[in-house]
Design a protein around this ligand. Structure first.
Ligand SMILES: Cc1cc2nc3c(=O)[nH]c(=O)nc-3n(C[C@H](O)[C@H](O)[C@H](O)COP(=O)(O)OP(=O)(O)OC[C@H]3O[C@@H](n4cnc5c(N)ncnc54)[C@H](O)[C@@H]3O)c2cc1C
Length: 563
């Protein structure tokens, strides 16, 4: 792993975020967003302004040698979170341009990079990323589009593309498309421009959410492209190139979940300070805040910690991080979706109407658990990869992580690292039992494992982040909404949930699958440390009280009403 950190400097990033906020304030007020949403209309001019010279968001991430600013993964996360706070539909249009250019950034020849990335930087080209097909969604191996070689004097001079693509963001508005099609040597990416003969775009989809984003099917009827449009110049690299960018692209969608989740939660927080019921603001009612607000803040910030960890590793030169990207996406998008759902409840009847925006955010954020790999595919990805680690280390992988957290607890007893360690030990026990009893033959067990792994790993990373903050170590580009003490409280709350989930649900499903009989139950519960995990719940309510105080800017120990 190289230690070179890439990316924008802090002031450039802050300036870019400010320009984005100013742009949104000026041109994307709530009323406009609601109007486009109700008309199911993509504001093309806004997308062009965001992708082109005016705001130039893709420019931030194009390498400097091609006229961009060379932003890294951490910058991508911050910008994507901010865009999602504004509107996830418009954000998706910008994302699709970034996604569309990713096969080029990661897999193209130097000449192709120079040509396309320079055009993106200079002309503000809008891209689309066309992988999905009617029959090939989660399983891209089922791809049917073909790219037949066209030869002249025995030399491949071009390709003829045939087939159709489904659910393509920017499908109806892009200038250029990166298209995955089967060549004789396997799936490969091609660049196709919008005016190519034989290429057509279908009717835009009428969607549940992200209605400001254009989504359309595409068809290719003998579309000829020159051989120079084969990305990387070598056939059969398509799936490898797609895999190579997953760590990065899933991080972007993770940041979308985070931004949309916080956008909804912040609206609920603000609303609850003004809404008086039973004689006092909702924000002062513990049963309200501790159900509808605080747990979501903890889950979102846990996901942020994981996102930041992965972004930092990517910026240090680590490659792949496919599984880690999957964990980040899974945790942040599920947390964002739950937070938005809760925000509707927090607004009561008003939340159920369009005007208060949380209803729109909820519809919008729903897509983040579907595109760029569904949550279920994330569970499978996470589980399969970590299963290999479990086997390779003879069951020690998560025990080792837990021991590192125990050492951290000795230095920082307040960050919940001991609780996260309990969860990881329990996870190792669950995985070992599942191995011995061959329970992962049941797909449901395999996928639930993916969820417990994601929670337990995320808890460990969050506690480590809280400890780093206490040590005064943090990325200057990280937002500072919560100080070290509030972060520690959030980390403790999340670590308790993760440990309970891994041990409690793990025990439940292993039993359900017939892996634990009556005689072995007591010993297995002891082995999981179930009792210690229950004891670790002590202090949870006080931590939630303190987080509510921070979220509502109250002095600590405000008496909570129980009305
Ligand atoms: C608004 C929108 C924008 C999109 N933008 C783009 C884009 O720009 N470019 C692009 O290429 N694609 C895009 N997509 C496609 C998106 O990535 C796919 O919809 C997604 O990957 C799921 O594929 P699918 O819809 O075919 O569902 P399926 O793969 O058919 O899945 C249906 C359900 O089955 C589950 N499932 C699937 N496989 C398994 C399995 N092996 N085991 C257990 N459960 C399974 C899934 O989790 C899901 O719940 C977009 C989709 C939408 C809705």
């Amino acid at each position: 792993m190289s230690s070179v950190i890439t990316g924008l400097d802090q002031s450039t990033l802050e300036l870019s975020l400010k320009s984005l906020k100013d742009f949104a304030k000026d041109r994307l007020p709530d009323e406009k967003l609601l109007e486009w949403d109700s008309r199911d209309e993509c504001p093309l001019e806004i997308v062009r302004q965001m992708c082109g010279a005016e705001l130039g968001i893709p420019l931030l991430f194009i390498p400097e040698e091609f006229g961009g600013m060379g932003g890294g993964a951490f910058d991508v996360y911050r910008v994507c979170e901010e865009m999602a706070r504004i509107d996830l539909g418009v954000a998706t249009s910008v994302l699709a341009t970034l996604l569309g250019s990713d096969p080029i950034s990661f897999g193209a020849t130097p000449e192709q990079k120079k040509y396309w990335l320079t055009r993106m930087a200079e002309d503000g080209l809008i891209f689309a990323y066309a992988a999905t097909e009617p029959e090939a969604g989660s399983d891209l191996g089922a791809l049917r589009s073909t790219a037949e070689r066209v030869t002249q004097d025995g030399r491949v001079t071009g390709y003829r593309i045939n087939g159709s693509k489904q659910w393509i963001s920017n499908g109806g508005i892009a200038d250029a498309y990166t298209v995955l099609a089967n060549t004789p040597s396997g799936p490969s990416w091609f660049v196709v421009e919008k005016d190519a003969k034989g290429f057509s775009r279908g009717k835009s989809e009428h969607k549940h959410g992200i209605r400001l984003s254009n989504t359309a099917p595409l068809s290719f009827d003998d579309v000829y492209v020159d051989a120079s449009r084969l990305i990387g110049g070598v056939e059969g690299q398509g799936l490898v190139q797609a895999q190579a960018v997953f760590g990065y692209t899933r991080l972007m969608v993770a940041a979308f979940g985070l931004g949309a989740g916080w956008a909804a939660l912040d609206r609920a927080i603000s609303y609850s300070t003004e809404r008086i019921q039973a004689g006092s603001p909702l924000s002062e009612k513990q049963g309200y805040t501790h159900k509808l607000i605080v747990p979501h803040a903890a889950r979102l910030e846990a996901a942020r910690a994981y996102i930041e960890e992965i972004a930092t590793r990517l910026d240090s030169g680590e490659e792949g991080l496919n599984t880690e990207g999957a964990i980040a996406k899974y945790m942040a998008t599920e947390a964002g979706n739950r937070a938005a759902e809760s925000a509707i409840q927090a607004f009561g009847g008003y939340g159920y109407t369009h005007e208060y925006m949380v209803e729109k955010i909820k519809r919008d954020v729903r897509i983040t658990t579907i595109y760029e790999g569904t949550s279920e595919i994330m569970e499978i990805t996470i589980s399969r990869d970590r299963w290999q680690l479990h086997i390779k280390t003879r069951g020690q992988h998560y025990h080792d992580q837990a021991r590192r957290l125990e050492a951290l607890h000795a230095r920082h007893p307040q960050v919940g690292a001991n609780i996260a360690a309990l969860g990881l030990h329990a996870l190792a026990g669950i995985m070992e039992k599942a191995r011995a009893a061959r329970l992962t033959r049941d797909q449901h067990i395999l996928m639930r494992l993916g969820e417990w792994i994601a929670y337990a790993e995320c808890a460990g990373v969050f506690c480590a982040r809280a400890a780093a903050l206490l040590d005064g170590r943090f990325n200057a580009k990280s937002p500072r909404r919560f100080d070290a003490s509030a972060t520690a409280a959030l980390a403790r709350v999340f670590a308790r949930e993760a440990a309970l989930k891994a041990a409690g649900e793990g025990l439940c499903w292993l039993t359900a699958a017939g892996g634990i009989d009556d005689a072995g139950m007591h010993a297995f519960e002891t082995n999981l440390g179930l009792s210690a995990i229950h004891r670790a719940q002590s202090g949870l309510l006080a931590d939630m009280d303190s987080i509510a105080d921070v979220l509502y800017h109250r002095a600590a120990k405000t008496a909570n009403s129980t009305k």
